[in-house]
Design a protein around this ligand. Structure first.
Ligand SMILES: C[S@@+](CC[C@H](N)C(=O)[O-])C[C@H]1O[C@@H](n2cnc3c(N)ncnc32)[C@H](O)[C@@H]1O
Length: 403
């Protein structure tokens, strides 16, 4: 591979924004890709993948490059040189790479890779937490898998088309996909591509949604005509799936504490041809109390550490703090207690997270079932998904029924 100067400059600028200015990697990459209209898909792929890979391995590469935060531009070039050397790319004779110690880099890599937290490039506290929660064997495999690039998975919008027709339509736009066993609405891209540019996307034929995430709406066992509350709806990935499973019939009340997220859902719902969603921002407890005992089905897609989706958000490794996880666990038990009251007798709810930590998952459900509110519920089934076993995002979902 030959390095192109303007692409490498874009990578360095992006790393500066992410590492030194605290910006989110996905937003930075989105911006970088708009920089030069002449860039083809390979150039764009290089910029995006290199930024993500260096964010993923920040700790390891910085340690090998022997640089400390905050990184100045020379430091960032040294980190870049480590990435390139380990990838087997021969460095051009640019001033940034003079005297790059190629052999030393490889030796340091072999040495540091013996220690999991350096090899997988995670903070000490995260390694300790993962080890405590999942044990040596599972954690070692899971954190390694969480460092791999995730596949692009689509969920077909069955309100508008079928999986087969979507596959054919994408094929006509040079995008090859395959079916995934046990994921009835999923298509996996054989190669990465910008699917948002396609006619099929603009027509609302699909959404991008990981295969594990697609199992959550299925788990809730909704039927057309039901009254369903999606109380942590965000921008509505799962709300839209619920709407298509309900064939646009019945009512979905999508709620979130952030109105800005619900506004995004509104746009997506229009594109998807979904008509049965009502949006409600949660500004106080009133809209919740009004729904007490009214919902046939409730989805609590709870806020969480996101430790199951590090493949997609590698910068979360550096942004997450242990205190945040402690606080989010309190929120999880509060939302379980308060929102479960919306379920009517005989109704069902799903509690889900994109975390792999038992303390955010089955332990939360166990604790809830022991509370006064929880004593009305029984656990019907739950599913723990680890990325190293499934190949998809780490997720948890529990189905509970109100007696
Ligand atoms: C895992 S995300 C939801 C993702 C979304 N369901 C989807 O499928 O695209 C969790 C959501 O919970 C919201 N949230 C956080 N605290 C909340 C609370 N106390 N009540 C309701 N929603 C909350 C966040 O704003 C966030 O959108």
């Amino acid at each position: 591979m030959r390095l192109h100067r303007n692409l490498c400059f874009a990578v360095i600028d992006g790393l500066h924004l992410i590492f030194n200015e605290g910006e989110y990697a996905d937003k930075v990459v989105q911006q970088l890709l708009k920089r030069d209209k002449r860039w083809g898909s390979r150039d764009r792929g290089f910029v995006a993948e290199t930024v993500y890979q260096i964010v993923r391995y920040k700790r390891l590469y910085a340690e090998i490059a022997d640089v400390k935060e905050p990184f100045d531009r020379d430091n960032l070039w040294r980190i870049f040189a480590v990435w390139a050397t380990l990838k087997g790319i021969s460095l051009p004779d640019w001033k940034y790479f003079t005297a790059t110690p190629t052999r030393k880099i490889k030796g340091r890599f072999d040495e540091l890779s013996k220690t999991r937290k350096l090899r997988e490039s995670i903070p000490d506290w995260m390694d300790e937490l993962g080890l405590k929660e999942l044990g040596e064997n599972q954690w070692t495999k899971e954190i390694a898998k969480q460092n791999e690039q995730a596949d692009v998975i689509l969920r077909v919008n069955t309100l508008k088309t079928t999986k087969k027709d979507l596959q054919l339509k994408l094929e006509s736009e040079d995008i090859e996909t395959e079916f995934l066993p046990n994921h009835p609405s999923a298509l996996k891209l054989k190669e990465r591509a910008n699917v948002f540019k396609t006619e099929a996307f603009k027509n609302g034929w699909f959404e991008v949604q990981d295969a594990s995430s697609q199992l959550v709406a299925d788990f809730l066992d909704v039927k057309p005509g039901m009254k369903v509350v999606d109380v942590c709806a965000g921008a509505g990935g799962k709300t839209l799936h619920l709407a298509s499973l309900m064939e646009n019939k019945g009512q979905i009340i999508a709620m979130d504490i952030y109105e800005s997220k619900l506004k995004k859902l509104k746009v997506r719902a229009r594109r998807n041809g979904v008509h049965n969603i009502e949006l409600k921002a949660i500004e106080n407890s009133k809209p919740i109390k009004k729904l007490h005992g009214k919902a046939d089905r409730l989805l609590i897609d709870a806020p969480c550490s996101g430790l199951g989706v590090l493949r997609r958000n590698p910068d979360a490794k550096w942004k997450l703090q242990p205190e945040f996880i402690d606080n989010i666990k309190k929120t999880q038990s509060e939302v379980l207690d308060q929102y479960s009251k919306m379920v009517k007798n005989g109704g069902k709810m799903v509690y889900a997270t994109c975390s792999i930590l038992p303390s955010e998952n089955e332990k939360q459900v166990e604790a809830f079932l022991k509370t006064e509110t929880g004593s009305d519920f029984k656990l019907v089934k739950d599913k723990k998904i680890l990325a190293h076993k499934s190949g998809f995002d780490g997720f948890y979902m529990a189905l509970l029924e109100k007696n």
